[in-house]
Design a binder for this molecule. Structure first.
Ligand code: SF4
Ligand code: SF4
Length: 96
């Protein structure tokens, strides 16, 4: 998803490729297309799209995914809508 993105390279999402059984559940529940499954293994194809909602980790039957639930810094995301990505700043709260 190109229009709703968090900061690049900060998502806490981790995929254990060895544990993955290739069921594809993560590709079904992720609202942002972060995963793809090829040849029975999941891969992260858009880490920057992860909003740390936790749906993938909660639905992975192999416990192959970990992510620290967050809000995807809603302040930053809303500012990118209003000001554009170049002028958006984080809210500077306790999270950062
Ligand atoms: S839900 Fe878990 S086991 Fe299934 S494809 Fe995704 S990472 Fe692999
Ligand atoms: S935490 Fe949510 S947005 Fe991030 S990869 Fe998992 S389902 Fe997708």
């Amino acid at each position: 998803m190109d229009t709703l993105r968090y900061l690049d390279n900060v998502a806490t999402l981790h995929l254990d490729g060895e544990a993955c059984v290739g069921c594809g559940e993560c590709t079904l529940v992720c609202p942002h297309g972060v995963f793809e499954v090829n040849e029975h293994k999941a891969a992260l194809v858009d880490l920057g799209g992860c909003m740390e909602c936790g749906a993938c980790a909660n639905n992975c039957p192999a416990s192959a995914i970990t992510v620290s639930p967050g809000v995807g810094c809603a302040v930053y995301i809303i500012q990118t809508w209003i000001k554009g990505k170049e002028r958006a700043t984080c809210g500077g709260g306790e999270c950062c």
